[in-house]
Design a protein around this ligand. Sequence first.
Ligand code: NAI
Length: 338
Amino acid sequence: QPPKSQMEEGSVLRRANCRAKGGAPGFRVAILGAAGGIGQPLAMLMKMNPLVSVLHLYDVVNAPGVTADISHMDTGAVVRGFLGQQQLEAALTGMDLVIIPAGVPRKPGMTRDDLFKINAGIVKTLCEGIAKCCPRAIVNLISNPVNSTVPIAAEVFKKAGTYDPKRLLGVTMLDVVRANTFVAEVLGLDPRDVDVPVVGGHAGVTILPLLSQVKPPSSFTQEEINYLTDRIQNGGTEVVEAKAGAGSATLSMAYAAVKFADACLRGLRGDAGVVECAFVSSQVTELPFFATKVRLGRTGVEEVYSLGPLNEYERIGLEKAKKELAGSIEKGVSFIRS
Ligand code: NAI
């Protein structure tokens, strides 16, 4: 009789192999920072995603507890936990998609940029692991400030010789989710029927909702435009203040992260017409990174869409966004280069 742990590993392997043999679509997904406020509900929702066959949960604390808990869910994905730096490589090996919500969140009065000092180093370390163990994986970067952490990741991958701009995506989905919700409220519609493109970046004025391109086509008063733009740009701060020191958005973020990860997996599977907003390497503006709608496919970002026609209000917003974004991108790049 083999020891229990071996038996468990055997049955886990049998299940993983079964799925592979059955031809069922199954992707291998790792979550780095899986025991955190975002990481836990994100792990739970990914365990429910039928496109996931193997789910690796990595954190520097509490990963075994979260893994044991989530592994009891009677869904298909096989869950494995990894604790601490010495298990990072095992967590990453063979992964198709890596989602990164590791790092400290904001407290009231903080900007996302105030997180740079701590989170820049965390993202660097994790991306060095990705470059070594799963350089072909799609990376969904959630850790803030996204406007700087995506350039950091790109520089780490360049240094390692593994950089593929199509596979690195900063997650701005929560801005879209918020925009859909707030716009639907104003229009008196179901948020599921509303689509608001949000471009630029993921912090304050760099978050630029394009209300002139809302679907279904809608017109807004100037007062509504001011209200919606301000609320979408400061939606994160609304949550930070309501949580009063207990962190930032976690549940809506986990929902948004799963919506985005699912789109990436559908793209990998070869589904046609998968389009979402993301902060990616881009030639849409003069900046090296910018968020717009992108089409996701088997190789990651297969097409970066242009901004489309902007009105005067949006053109002014775009200039403000680009100015701030340029500094944040440069800060990320020089963190690695210097
Ligand atoms: P949290 O503090 O609850 O969780 C972070 C987790 O990361 C913790 O479990 C911690 O142990 C782990 N961690 C720290 N260092 C690590 C390392 N070196 N390797 C692996 N894991 C590590 O924070 P929360 O609320 O989950 O937020 C995480 C990040 O997501 C923050 O940077 C936050 O600003 C960002 N965020 C991004 C959003 C977006 O729209 N892109 C929205 C909301 C938050």
